[in-house]
Design a protein around this ligand. Structure first.
Ligand SMILES: Nc1ncnc2c1ncn2[C@@H]1O[C@H](COP(=O)(O)OP(=O)(O)OP(=O)(O)O)[C@@H](O)[C@H]1O
Ligand SMILES: [Mg+2]
Length: 148
C-alpha cells in the first residue's frame, strides 16, 4: 500500500502526524527518507507529541539516538553521520531493529546511510521538497518495501 500527500505548511504535517500516530504501536520500525532539511525531524516532533511524549524532540545528529518516553519508548535515530551498516552494528544499534525483542518504536532519519540494517520495516515515509512551499509525502507500508 502506498499513500501520497501534498503538504504546504507545518500545520499540515502536524495533522498528518496526528492521523499517522494512530497506526503506530510497538514493536515497529519506521524509516524517514528525504534530503537535508526536507522535514524529517519536524515530523518526529509531531509524532512524539501525539505518542504521549511531552518533552522536547531534538535532532540526534550528534547523539545518533535520542530516546523519548511516551506511551512507549520512541527511539529516534539520525544515521546522517554514519556511512555503513557495519558502523551502526558497531555502536550497538542492531537490537533496535530486531522486532522480536524491540519494546518500542524505532524511527530513523537517513536510513539510506546504513543500508542492510533493517530486516523488518513497517513503514517508509519519504518527504520530497518540491519547492519552498510544497512537500510531497509518500507513505509505503512495509510489506512493499524493497530497500530492507
Ligand atoms: N511541512 C513543512 N512546512 C514548512 N516548513 C517545514 C516543514 N517541515 C519542515 N520545515 C522546516 O524545514 C526546516 C528543516 O526541517 P527539519 O530539521 O525537520 O529537516 P530534516 O529533514 O530533519 O533535516 P536533516 O536532514 O538535516 O536532518 C525547519 O526549519 C522546519 O521548520
Ligand atoms: Mg533531521
Amino acid at each position: 500500500m502506498k499513500i501520497q500527500m501534498e503538504i504546504y505548511n507545518l500545520r499540515q504535517i502536524d495533522y498528518f502526524a496526528r492521523a499517522f500516530s494512530k497506526l503506530i504501536k510497538p514493536p515497529m520500525v519506521i524509516l524517514l527518507e528525504g534530503d537535508l532539511g526536507s522535514g524529517k525531524t519536524t515530523l518526529v516532533k509531531s509524532l512524539g507529541k501525539y505518542l504521549g511524549f511531552d518533552g522536547e524532540v531534538t535532532s540526534p545528529t550528534f547523539t545518533l539516538l535520542n530516546v523519548y518516553e511516551g506511551k512507549f519508548p520512541i527511539y529516534h535515530f539520525d544515521m546522517y553521520r554514519l556511512s555503513s551498516m557495519e558502523e551502526a552494528v558497531a555502536v550497538g544499534f542492531e537490537e533496535y531493529f530486531d522486532k522480536s525483542s524491540l519494546d518500542g518504536v524505532s524511527i530513523v532519519e537517513w536510513p539510506e546511510n546504513v543500508d542492510g540494517l533493517f530486516k523488518e520495516v513497517d513503514f517508509v515515509i519519504k518527504i520530497e521538497k518540491v519547492n519552498d512551499r510544497l512537500r510531497k509525502i509518500t507513505v509505503t507500508e512495509g510489506k512493499d518495501v524493497t530497500c530492507n
